[in-house]
Design a protein around this ligand. Sequence first.
Ligand code: KG4
Ligand code: ZN
Length: 352
Amino acid sequence: MRVLGIETTCDETAAAVVETDGAGRPIIRSSEVLSQIAAHAAYGGVVPEIAARAHVEAVDHMVARALERAGVELSDIDGFAAAAGPGLIGGVMIGLTTAKALSLVTGKPLIAVNHLEGHALTPRLVEQVQFPYLLLLASGGHTQLIAVRGVGDYVRLGTTIDDAIGEAFDKVAKMLGLPYPGGPQVEREAKKGNPERFHLPRPMQGRPVADFSLSGLKTAVRQEAQKILPLRASDVSDLCASFQAAVVDVVADRTRVALRGFRDIAGHPTALVVAGGVAANMAIRRGLERLAAEAGVRLVAPPLALCTDNGAIIAWAGLERLRMGIQDDLTVAARPRWPLDASKDTRAGAKA
Ligand code: KG4
Ligand code: ZN
């Protein structure tokens, strides 16, 4: 079985071809990603109109490149998957419409994939991870703790009630005069700094529900910075180190609570999986490794290229669905909001 996947929900235009071998094991035949970071950098964040325009200009080309790199023709594809949300609606529509057109002309199935499901199933694309497992998805747009019990069977144990973790890194970077995207910059500065110089809050720590809140922490960084203006280079490093240390504590605490909740609904997890751009942060990874060891579970961190947005994770989620007989018809709509856990659809303040 071979699926072409298209991803256009944020600021990457991506397409990939993923197939399974005789034993059902995945093989990534191609994965082409075009990042728009440079186009958005001047604005310190993703501008939806710029993103949609860039997607429409690039998507056909990316699909053609993915087919070419994979060495296959359109007629060799068994299904077309696109991320149908959640995300910036202009971009989502472009990817989904492209997949619909390809499905229509080839007569092959269309699979509308939830972008979050792409991240949720990624560990199974790289390793033989069995259900159930706990996923921490942390990117610029999402912060979620999800019990993954099977394909299409997800229970959200926690989310952020305000900023996503990556968004908090980006905003802290911006206020300290560091370039976008801020996560890698803050981590670099933090290495040089003193994490104990500033006493910052650990929002939600100890709460019984595994939700996050980052905006108070971000405000606390701003207040500490304002007290010591003008900032010297060492002040910036110390602020970054103190902020990152607070995030590491919060992530470990919230994930510990989610592990507890996980056992009540799904038993013992086979793994703790971390995905999303924030998974690149080594301090956060080390914190999660300590937690995983303490809880007696394995930590799985997919390679970075598969943690961040790409077409292969969409193709793989599409393939996992297609081989279970699940597909969509051409009337399926793009969705700006689309929680993985349908029971959470109306939850106030939820990001997805
Ligand atoms: O998954 P991703 O590439 O894109 C989406 O947001 O969908 O994640 C990007 C986010 C940005 O907010 C970026 O600042 C953050 O991940 N990030 C990091 C690091 N590298 C990227 N945050 C903290 N530490 C890092 N090393
Ligand atoms: Zn993503």
